[in-house]
Design a protein around this ligand. Sequence first.
Ligand SMILES: [Zn+2]
Length: 477
Amino acid sequence: MAYIQFLGAAGTVTGSKHLINTSSDSSGRSGFQVLIDCGMFQGQKEWRERNWQDTPMPAREIDAVVLTHAHLDHCGWVPRLVKEGFRGPIYATPPTIDLCGILLPDSGHLQEEDAEFYNKQKKSKHTPALPLYTLEEAQESLQYLQAVEFDEVKQLSPELSFRFVRAAHILGSSMAEVTLKTDGQTRRLLFTGDIGRVRDRNVSPGKVVHSGPTEGETADIVVMESTYGDRRHPTDDPGPQLATVIRQTVQRGGSVIVPAFAVERTQKFLFMLKELMESGQAPKTPVYCDSPMAIQAVEIFLKHTEEYSDETKALIARYGSPLEWPGYNFALSPAQSKQINESKVPSIIVSSSGMVTGGRIQHHLMQRLPDPKNTVIFIGFQAPGTRGFTIKSGAPEVKIFGEIVPIRAQVVAFEQFSDHADTPELLQWLHTFPKKPAAAYLVHGEPAASSQLRDAMTKDLGWNVQVAQWMQKVQVI
Ligand SMILES: [Zn+2]
């Protein structure tokens, strides 16, 4: 039988890994095996520990990997897979490959830093603590990446082909349409990856990339994300409230700290800040983009003009490259980063990681969280178990670098920046399918979000929908 097996992002929002096996029999013989996404588990320990488990089959027996986009929960396990012996091609769109080129080595660097920290503190149960993979191993794994353009049909084996279509989630993001022909039967499988906001600027303000996921898809089986399966995003413009929060913080002599994913979300936020300051809505305040890969991220972003929405094109035409804006400071050295930390002058500090799971943002928060003059602004999803989730949910304290840090700063969260469609938008997109698939499996969601979306899809569309379970195998042919 041919099957799909959910090796990650089932029961949680991270660790996306879905295996397609084109045929298997009782003797254990395998057909062609492809992994759709190869993401890292993040957040709660129970899930993170699964990053250390091997794949159910030896990694060298996997024939190929297809990546939908460059977020680490979709590609961050690639270096580990290669470390375990995988040597096949890893297909992705050109912008995804460019982004992986900075994100995977950075992830390796963070893994090494974490291990080093735990060894110094002797806080790990494992002695010595080891990185999941190193910066060098991450760089090594990049050689297996191969570019596939949108809409190009790529034949992987006699029975299996795929093409990328736009998902409108982040730069280069795609859905994978897979065609499987075996035993005289054909099945079309659609792996949505993460799905972006709908094609309507009033509903999704500030959309940076290509607007709206590809409509009119057909599939026999849909494997779909459900991050916001129980949520409705606010549709109002976040600009005025953001300007007010910045003005009030600066007036009381505080600084604004923004944990943000270095790619895409940071660029989107920088353009919005620029507009607010240029129009006089927010006071002109020094901006520090304190992420070691900030310059590369902006350069990749500016290179892929084919990905922009009209709104982004207009902003770039008006303001040019953020790297040249006066008052904006990029790619700071560790010494400069330390200087901002000690500075008492109000500033806006944008730093990663977006969920405060690592990176320089930890130092900035450690320094600024105890002072009520400061403000922390969240502009992204915070997975349960992350420090970002703890801070956002109003906890009185948070543990950073093994120390308890009191949270007295103002904490504000904006949901409008989301790059994921909410429930009404997902349903709106699904209504563009000309016919019902035989089955849909929901992945990439917390259990409550996935089950609510399942109920909404069953009621609204009459589809046969199931919430995927971790390690579950579903027969395709
Ligand atoms: Zn994503």
